[in-house]
Design a binder for this molecule. Structure first.
Ligand code: HEC
Ligand code: HEC
Ligand code: HEC
Ligand code: HEC
Ligand code: HEC
Ligand code: HEC
Ligand code: HEC
Ligand code: HEC
Length: 437
């Protein structure tokens, strides 16, 4: 069976993918709903499909609609693992078979065939989504001690059902090599797998269809990029581009082959168009940090310029800005684009200079005077400071940079000035009285 997988990998790697696409399009495979499974599948490979058609028909139905089915890539190619792999388990219901399987399919498996997508993902900010949380004691304290109330058995719940479903976690195995209930199921972006791989390709291409059309829709990002601290889907909807998508996006063409999806298929950009897709002279990238200039989630916004995947400044800011402007240039003039970025950068700098810097100066002075509570989550000053950068400040910066006036203003700068007055009031009272109220 391994031979088939290797053969297919070679096929994919050696042939330019437009050739493959052109051929499958020419014979109209994309529209075939029922499939005769015979080509190159071993007896064991066919058995998975035949039996799972009865046991879990949902998996087989999705898989049948995928490009993988058309290319003869089936259950066994992704789920079979070597007998000595850490997560290998003897398939419980299939007797007398040498095939070991696992429900876990890491990006390493996908990367056997999709070499570029995996390499780009591994160099992106998405790669670190869980790695970066591991060393942060204050974040573990928030999840376990404060949110989990330090409960002897149940304190893991907030992290397991919250943070790690977006960020991922280290997937652990039980004594039968099955993933534990504390760590799986989990679609989080930065999962650490028992085979050593990091990431989640299903975060945007849900199984078992593994579709590019799905990932080009803004809602493929919305399951994580939403809410008070990174309201990217709300920002998109508030932008003129969201207006276009919401009023007529269902008529756009999302199925075009990678690299050939261009204006004409759509009138306005989605998240993917600006951050990932090929457009004009830009090629597809799975590195979402590649087209960014600023870091807009950290306490203070700085220009990107680091190759360290764990650095908040991952990327090359000036080169990223040029790439992002190239996206815009497909539909807007350079005056329009340059003026837009001048407006956005001004808002980011105002946040840095008129909010982050003075608020941090007050925080540091209070700390020096011993006027901060030890538990930050009971201290009005520290709570407000947290909202200032983590919620309001991100909304103002990201709203301005993606053309969303409601987030730049009402959910952004309006609330920021309220936070500032509150911080100044607490600061003055504490400095004058020498006491925490
Ligand atoms: C004779 C029927 C049969 C065959 C053949 C079969 N399976 Fe299964 N498979 C099952 C059943 C039953 C389950 C358990 C479903 C459940 O737990 O609800 C299962 C579960 C699984 C799981 C999930 C295991 C878990 O613990 O989550 C995977 C992955 C899987 N099968 C893959 C395969 C692959 C790959 C093949 C071919 C090598 C295959 N199966 C062949 C019947 C079969
Ligand atoms: C292109 C690779 C690929 C193919 C082909 C594939 N799977 Fe999967 N499968 C995955 C991925 C990825 C996951 C999610 C794994 C994870 O969470 O780590 C998954 C999860 C599963 C699970 C466990 C999760 C659940 O929803 O129950 C089962 C069972 C399963 N697949 C069965 C099948 C069957 C049956 C087939 C053939 C019809 C199949 N898979 C074909 C990649 C694949
Ligand atoms: C054995 C090789 C192989 C493996 C393993 C594999 N793929 Fe694929 N994949 C292919 C081939 C071949 C195509 C079809 C290319 C084409 O149609 O041009 C494809 C197509 C795709 C597409 C494009 C679908 C579309 O709508 O055009 C996506 C997305 C994808 N794979 C994701 C994945 C993910 C995620 C995994 C791991 C869970 C995975 N693949 C594992 C070989 C593989
Ligand atoms: C499963 C959840 C999830 C999905 C789905 C998701 N993201 Fe993310 N994204 C994250 C997380 C978590 C981070 C923060 C990573 C870190 O730095 O820890 C992030 C960070 C980012 C960043 C900033 C990277 C950096 O270098 O700071 C961009 C840009 C981004 N995502 C764009 C997208 C786009 C576009 C999509 C959809 C095509 C998408 N994301 C889908 C979870 C997700
Ligand atoms: C709804 C999905 C979601 C949940 C739940 C979530 N995050 Fe995030 N987180 C994100 C996204 C998306 C970003 C990226 C924001 C951006 O790029 O502007 C992010 C960014 C971060 C960052 C900054 C990135 C970096 O590289 O340092 C940290 C730290 C973080 N989250 C920790 C946590 C912790 C701890 C929890 C639980 C207490 C949590 N997150 C819950 C989606 C989520
Ligand atoms: C943040 C969302 C996101 C994640 C995570 C993601 N993809 Fe994609 N992927 C996309 C988008 C969007 C496209 C379509 C780009 C375009 O418009 O052509 C795409 C296209 C593809 C394609 C077809 C284009 C090509 O370059 O061949 C493949 C194959 C693919 N992805 C595989 C993967 C694999 C493997 C992983 C995991 C390492 C992965 N994807 C993770 C969003 C994602
Ligand atoms: C019109 C193009 C465009 C669209 C559409 C778009 N973005 Fe952005 N996005 C940008 C620009 C420009 C920036 C700021 C880049 C810079 O200069 O740093 C940005 C910034 C971000 C950031 C902040 C990264 C950080 O450093 O904190 C995230 C996260 C993000 N976008 C996610 C998304 C998501 C998710 C969607 C869809 C819901 C989306 N974007 C739609 C252009 C776009
Ligand atoms: C696929 C084409 C397309 C791309 C790519 C695109 N836009 Fe747009 N954009 C439009 C259309 C169409 C409108 C609506 C024009 C109208 O209001 O009549 C629009 C509207 C806008 C608006 C609202 C103001 C106005 O003139 O209507 C801004 C600001 C904007 N775009 C900025 C950008 C920026 C910045 C980028 C790149 C990061 C970008 N756009 C990429 C098509 C695009």
């Amino acid at each position: 069976m391994k031979h088939l997988a290797q053969y297919l990998c070679l096929l994919v790697l050696c042939l330019p993918s437009p050739w493959l696409l052109a051929e499958s399009d020419a014979i109209g495979l994309a529209n075939v709903k029922t499939l005769k499974i015979d080509r190159g599948l071993t007896t064991e490979g066919k058995a998975c499909i035949t039996c799972h058609q009865q046991v879990t028909p949902g998996h087989v139905a999705d898989w049948k609609e995928s490009r993988h089915a058309h290319a003869g890539i089936s259950c066994i190619d992704c789920h079979q693992v070597a007998e000595d792999a850490p997560h290998a388990m003897q398939h419980a219901n299939v007797e007398d078979t040498p095939v070991f399987v696992s429900p876990l399919v890491s990006p390493k498996v996908c990367g056997r065939c999709h070499v570029d997508a995996k390499a780009q993902f591994d160099a992106s900010g998405h790669f670190r989504a869980y790695h970066q949380i591991i060393p942060k004691d204050n974040l573990h304290a928030l999840q376990v001690i404060h949110e989990g109330r330090n409960h002897p058995e149940l304190s893991g719940a907030p992290g397991e059902t919250g943070c790690m479903q977006c960020h991922g976690t280290e997937i652990k195995l039980d004594e039968n090599n099955r993933p534990t209930a504390e760590t799986w199921p989990n679609n989080g972006m930065g999962n650490l797998y028992p085979d050593g791989a990091t990431g989640s390709c299903t975060a945007c291409h849900s199984r078992h269809k593994f579709d590019i059309a799905e990932a080009r829709h803004p809602h493929a990002c919305a399951s994580c990029h939403l809410g008070p601290d990174h309201p990217n889907i709300e920002i998109f909807e508030n932008s003129k581009h969201g207006h276009l998508y919401n009023t007529e996006g269902d008529e756009w063409n999302f199925d075009t082959a990678p690299g050939a999806w261009e204006p004409g298929d759509y009138r306005g950009p989605t998240c993917a168009t600006c951050h990932m897709s090929g457009i004009g002279e830009l090629s597809v990238t799975h590195n979402v940090s590649e087209r960014l200039y600023w870091n807009l989630w950290d306490k203070e916004s700085k220009v990107r310029g680091s190759e360290d995947v764990l650095s908040p400044l991952l990327g090359d800011g000036p080169a990223g800005r040029e790439k992002m402007k190239t996206v815009c240039s497909n539909c807007h003039s350079s005056t329009h684009t340059n003026n837009f970025f001048a407006q956005g950068d001004k808002a980011v700098r105002l946040y840095n200079e008129a909010y982050y810097q003075p608020a941090t100066k007050m925080l540091e002075e209070l700390k020096q005077e011993g006027l901060l509570k030890a538990n930050p989550w009971t201290d009005e000053f520290q709570i407000t400071y947290y909202y200032l950068w983590h919620h309001e400040g991100r909304r103002a910066r990201q709203g301005a940079m993606m053309g969303a006036p409601d987030y730049a203003h009402w959910h952004g700068f309006f609330e920021l000035q309220q936070d500032m007055y509150k911080l100044e009031g607490i600061y003055n009272r504490r400095m004058q009285s020498g006491k925490i109220e």
